[in-house]
Ligand binder design. Sequence first.
Ligand code: NAD
Length: 915
Amino acid sequence: MIGITSYGTYIPRLRLDRMAIFQSMGWFAPAIMMVAQGERSMCNWDEDSITMAVTAARDCLIGQDKSTVDAIYLASTTLPYADRQNAGIVATALNLRDDIVSTDFTASQRVGTTALVTAFDALKGGDRNNILVAAADCRETKAAYFYEMWFGDGAASIMVGDKDVIAEYKGSHSLSYDFADHYRGRLKKYDYVWEERWARDEGYSKIIPEAIQGLLNNTNTTIDQVDHLVYPCFFKAEHKKIAKKLGAKPEQVMDNLHEMCGETGCAHALVMLTAALEKAKPGEKIVVAGFGQGCNALLFEVTDHITKLAARSGFEGAVNNKKSIDNYPKFLTFKDNIQTEMGIRAEAPTQIAVTTLWRKRKMLLGLVGGKCRECDTPQFPKMDICVNPNCNAHHSQDDYEFSNVPAKINSYTGDLLAVSVDPPHKYGMIQFEGGGRFMADFTDCDLEELKVGLPVQLMFRRRLEDKERGFSSYFWKAMPVPGAAEMMNRVRFDNQVAIITGAGGGLGRVYALELAKRGAKVVVNDLGGSRDGSGGGSTRAADLVVEEIKSSGGEAVANYDNVATVEGGENIVKSAVDAFGRVDIVVNNAGILRDKSFTKMEPENWKAVLDVHLNGAYHVSRPAYTLMKDQGYGRIIMTTSAAGLYGNFGQTNYSAAKLALVGLMNTLTIEGKKYNINVNTVAPLAASRLTEDIMPPEIFAKMKPEYVSPIVLYLCSDKCQESGSIYNAGMGYYNRAAFYTGPGVAINKGKEPPTPEDIKANWDAINSMEDARPIPDANAAIIALISPPDPKAKKAKSQAAKPEQESASVTPQEIFELMPNQFKKDASAGVDVVFQYSISGGNGGDWNVTIKDQTCDIQVGKVDKATCTIKMSDTDFVDMVTGKLNPMQAFSSGKLQISGDVMKSQLIEKLFSMK
Ligand code: NAD
């Protein structure tokens, strides 16, 4: 049996919203609106038919033994070389054997299927057993043309052979007519297209049915036996009419993919065939036809082997890996359809020495490096001496292909000064799994997507184009693995161990379940007591939660210790270490209630509540903190309550304990900072036995603990750098609560103790919370008392500022006070800069902002050495920060002046979330 043994698809990631073409050019060509639905695929600036064919062929070769390939046929009407075999470049990039037949098929939209028919003819001849067919096209059109809407870029690859056939070849029928509905003369960039009506009536709707009918007759098949009818035709009505003419029902006909990617030239019949193969079941029949100066039609019957084919991107993967854009000028630029000024640097010589290319072809086109026979160390490029310092063997390297080896980003940069069609030019060091690294360009990504550690895959792309000599040179670039960034951004707890106290019910149970679902190994602690802490000793509550976690595939152990004792806390941590070897997360959640008004609050009730909430958190957190300190990582959550933060009648014991936890957090935050131990506090509101008699039933029903667990999980994760903060959370609403300190007043300038009457006289100023601010620690609070603000200076400033204040809702000073809250710690890794702000006007002044070691320090005044200095008027500054004035416009109009390292000033937008 001969037939298809594998397939692969490639659609460029970029998709242009067709509406964007209409929006830019509708004034000129209003009729293009009729086909402006969906998106068309478009090559990135570094892609062409060769690179697309390589990518589709790599997809096709997944799970195949490429040493068995003994011919490669490349079909395209947009080949970069008219005389240098394009298929040879593809074969070298794929590292196929040297002793194979390779050839190009070109000059008709039908050549994708012609290459396929020819491959089967060769198989039948018996000299070849496995032939790789690849078809790719990226046709150019003039702007604002119907064909610009209809066309798309893409590629497909089909392997044909006589072993492990997934779709048996049943026969073909070809017609050859010199029907010139369009043509592209030699050296012409664009097709010349004859009248559309003629192409439809005399071409598509006659020739395609004739070829398919001929095939059905040759193979004794009737149209109703065909399950998937595949034939490209971008005229929507004509596409339907052809099926009708053949007697096929609409459900038999494959969609022409207009909305998803557009028609991908001579590759389209094969792209649609891969889409059909992807959904076909064993026993189903597929007819594929390719039109163009005649027509080829082929019949296949799908075999059982299709279910065994290795996983691949295929059509689904290719079509779903997309970035939609509505930037029509970008499309024109990438297609080289408008001239952009590339600067003098772009004039550097681009001539490629073909001698070197020949000698290093395996390295440059095939990304072949070396692997040491002595120590197994891979390296790129291959050298005479092994790179491993413990080995350094000579002439010990075997060829080692890097193109399919998974890699990760080690470092990256976006270079605005380097020549790039898609600035900034993005490049960096990539590290291969198992060893080997090199500086790679990044493609198919935006700078914001790049991250250290992000998985990348290697893509064969055009590196330079020597337009003067018509020479494209290729190399491999790194592209983020589709979906990898989302995976990296996911809050996960794989290999982490979490202790949740009081996790036998209520909120703790949900925290435990959710943490386990995201990979954490969980210690479910609960002593199984009643609401007021009496009883206890029941193992059931914790056991049930452990069972629940295990039945969903998670890992957990139960612990029944009492958090209120020192030994209990130690045992809980020991349970974690015994079962899982470490502790990364502690959620201090166990709680009881013994509500009484103050006079009835006997010492035993006071003590019981403080023992569980406050002492319990101390007993568990302390031994866990010791482990976290040693491992340099930890997350601790305290559970406070609105009663503690704001007070509640009848809960003096509970309020005292709950606010004491905030004090514990404040200091533990300071102590844990250098060990990467973050401590935060949550004040939940959720339905549980503690709240069932407090909340009205209709509100109680909406208070699912699942609304609280997401913020607890985030605060517990390595994605969160927050420490020392308090959050209210419940019913889908989340906010931060904080201690703010008023500016106060210095009485008698601090020189003499004031009298109680002085205090009375200054009461409003002492009490005022205007300009209140958070104070980072006790030392800062003392400094605030020693050097209070000068009220006269403030008054003078506010009077001088009056006219501007009327127009501006906030002042620069307020903006700088708010800035620490807007600081994005995550974005500041590795940044070491000092921004000097010099703001003129009545509300102006000098401020300096130092970003170092992922902290942000803002001071009034000037520094000696700033990375850059930003000069603006107070009103413009406020407008810019509040989003009313575009920074680029401000800069180009002279409202914003930057001196020093201008490039570094661009970091401001990244480092602060203003507005
Ligand atoms: P809950 O009673 O359902 O859960 C508390 C759990 O802690 C119980 O399973 C209990 O057996 C366990 N526990 C009590 N004492 C313990 C001890 N000494 N050792 C080990 N386990 C013990 O209550 P919940 O509403 O889920 O409360 C969880 C936490 O959230 C408590 O700290 C509570 O004060 C706090 N809180 C809850 C709300 C709310 O709206 N539910 C509001 C504010 C604060």
